[in-house]
Design a protein around this ligand. Structure first.
Ligand code: HEM
Ligand code: HEM
Length: 154
């Protein structure tokens, strides 16, 4: 590769196969449950006498579990991927952007649990949905960059 005589060899920063799969899975579960909620809340016709669609609470039960799983996955790649990759300095924009999205989603998701003020809650909800819909694309961009860089190193 492109070693300089005085630098240490580059550490591999690509997450292992298992870790890559758990990242994909967590993102899919979050997206699936989040989109299911949005469909139930905004689009699906209400069954008779129902104040809200019965899919809604189930989607959020799944989503809360996916969020906990997702944060554990993020934690699992923190010292093995995020830190060393950041120090190496490649793909900082897409990787850092991805990390930032997770941060905003975690904070706005927390807000959805605990904000009592209705207008603050609404803001948190819109910020959360916007970032949530961007997140999967952010991951895809990040992955495509990694694949491209491996094909054309240097
Ligand atoms: C693909 C990414 C995501 C999408 C599409 C998404 C979508 C949504 C939607 C539509 C809601 C309901 C909004 C509302 O009640 O007004 C929600 C709630 C929530 N989300 Fe996400 N989200 C995503 C990622 C995340 C992540 C990464 C976390 C945290 C690690 C998270 C944590 C939460 C929490 C805690 C709630 C509140 C749960 C509840 O009210 O029961 N979400 N999300
Ligand atoms: C915060 C800064 C980050 C930086 C600088 C960064 C940098 C990189 C780099 C350089 C690669 C290519 C590794 C190689 O092929 O040798 C990579 C791959 C990858 N990154 Fe990141 N990353 C960051 C954050 C993240 C986050 C937060 C996630 C997940 C939520 C993530 C998920 C991945 C995955 C799944 C791959 C493997 C792509 C593939 O080849 O299939 N990264 N990252």
């Amino acid at each position: 590769m492109h070693e300089h005589p005085h630098s240490r060899p580059r550490k591999a920063v690509r997450p292992g196969r298992r870790q890559r799969h758990t990242v994909h899975l967590a993102t899919l579960l979050l997206l699936g449950s989040g989109v299911a909620w949005m469909l139930a809340h905004y689009l699906l016709p209400l069954p008779e006498d129902a104040a809200r669609h019965p899919l809604e609470p189930w989607a959020m039960r799944a989503h809360g579990a996916a969020a906990m799983f997702g944060l554990a996955v993020l934690g699992s790649i923190w010292t093995t991927h995020v830190q060393p990759a950041w120090q190496r300095g490649t793909h900082r924009l897409s990787g850092g952007g991805l990390f930032l999205l997770w941060g905003v989603l975690t904070l706005s998701g927390y807000g959805l649990y605990y904000l009592a003020d209705e207008s603050q809650r609404t803001t948190s909800s819109w910020v959360h949905m916007a970032c949530g819909l961007i997140l999967p694309f952010g991951l895809v961009v990040h992955i495509l960059q990694a694949i491209r860089a491996r094909r054309h190193p240097g």
